[in-house]
Design a protein around this ligand. Structure first.
Ligand SMILES: Nc1ncnc2c1ncn2[C@@H]1O[C@H](COP(=O)(O)OP(=O)(O)O)[C@@H](O)[C@H]1O
Ligand SMILES: [Mg+2]
Length: 348
């Protein structure tokens, strides 16, 4: 059942269409990410849910109540920004209690809530500190606690981890998910980081140029991207230009090397490409699978993964392998055979 609903939402700034034809139903307790490159309309959409921005047209409703034109303080949503935006002259406790204080909650209740929130973010000890005495990660925890203290119906986070170091980012990411699940709070999370979106979300909305490209679970988005944009933006992908050999059987070729597409629609004469993720490739030859030979062009160490780039008939194609001790890494210039299953590739 739909809890938060955006229907035909559109927002223009002058002649710029920031968000167009946005339709989304979010269930209660669901964690949804808006994922897309900078400028695609993520923040604008979030700000319309928060009430900081009014849609040019369309409707936003929460539990069937129309929110579209309500001011932010009448919506019962909590928001966390990239820049922690804490009050510098207030302690951690006062920052967390701020929203309750302005709504005139009794002091006793406010203090109890502050305590509960401090526990939730594991910062009981720091209640008397000022923001300047905290690390970035701690400040962002406080910002999260402040947003949650009012017991919002919806939690909105706009790139909350972007300003933090990689390690803290990872830690806080797990923390956000834990808290979200513990409270069962309906959440929209804006990010341009595919890894964050994939690891955190129940569902992801991939956006490009103000439009929704695809909505789905992380697994759906990753394994079945519906557009080239999604395939390219989420994860790494090889897009190999191929010629059709047999339109009915999904046989294609690159140079003279024949490949079988796992999924293919109606293949007319248009230029097409075969998509396959780098981790689907393996070194070697397997009868009945897709096999390609090429030359090693580059080798990159990416930590736990090694990416081997080949030249296949003038096209780059990457293979990702785990950086295990037993791995034999070829040298640049070597002839190299790779294989991948038919089911792992599709025509775009
Ligand atoms: N207040 C504004 N005035 C004019 N244009 C804006 C304003 N806010 C956003 N935009 C434009 O709307 C588009 C979407 O912006 P935004 O929602 O901030 O994208 P994202 O958060 O995905 O980076 C961009 O082209 C941006 O320049
Ligand atoms: Mg933004």
């Amino acid at each position: 059942m739909s809890y938060l609903e955006l229907s035909n939402v559109k927002k223009s700034f002058g002649t710029t269409i920031a968000v167009d034809d946005f339709n989304l139903s979010i269930a209660q307790g669901e964690f949804v990410s808006f994922l897309g490159p900078s400028g695609c309309g993520k923040t604008t959409t979030l700000r319309m849910v928060a009430g900081f921005e009014l849609p040019t047209s369309g409707q936003i409703s929460l539990q069937d109540k129309n929110l579209t034109y309500l001011p932010p303080n009448k919506r019962n949503v909590g928001m966390v920004f990239q820049s922690y935006a804490l009050f510098p002259n207030m302690t951690v406790a006062d920052n967390i209690g701020y929203g309750l204080k302005v709504t005139g909650k009794p002091k006793k209740e406010t203090n109890a809530r502050i305590k509960e929130m401090l526990g939730l973010i594991h910062m009981e000890e720091q209640h008397n500190k000022f923001p300047s005495q905290l690390s970035g990660g701690q400040q962002q925890r406080v910002a999260l606690a402040r947003a949650l203290a009012i017991r919002p119906q919806v939690l909105l986070l706009d790139e909350p981890l972007s300003a933090l170091d990689a390690k803290i980012r990872l830690e806080l990411r797990l923390e956000i998910r834990r808290i979200q699940q513990q409270l069962g709070i309906t959440t929209i999370y804006v990010t341009h980081d595919q890894e964050e979106a994939l690891s955190l979300s129940d569902r992801i909305v991939v956006m490009s140029k103000g439009k929704m490209e695809q909505v789905g679970t992380p697994a759906q988005i990753y394994t079945s991207p519906e557009t080239e944009f999604v395939a390219n933006f989420v994860g790494q992908i090889n897009l190999l230009p191929v010629k059709v050999v047999s339109p009915t059987q999904g046989k294609v070729k690159v140079g003279e090397q024949i490949l079988q597409a796992g999924k293919f629609g109606h293949l007319n004469g248009n230029p097409i490409r075969l998509a396959v993720r780098p981790e689907e490739l393996n070194h070697g030859f397997i009868e009945g699978a897709n096999n390609l030979s090429g030359k090693v062009e580059a080798i990159s160490y990416l930590g736990s993964i090694v990416r081997i780039r080949l030249d296949v008939e003038g096209n780059p194609i990457s293979m990702d392998v785990f950086n295990e001790r037993k791995l034999t890494i070829p040298s640049v210039g070597d002839d190299y055979q790779v294989t991948f299953p038919v089911e792992a590739c599709w025509i775009i």
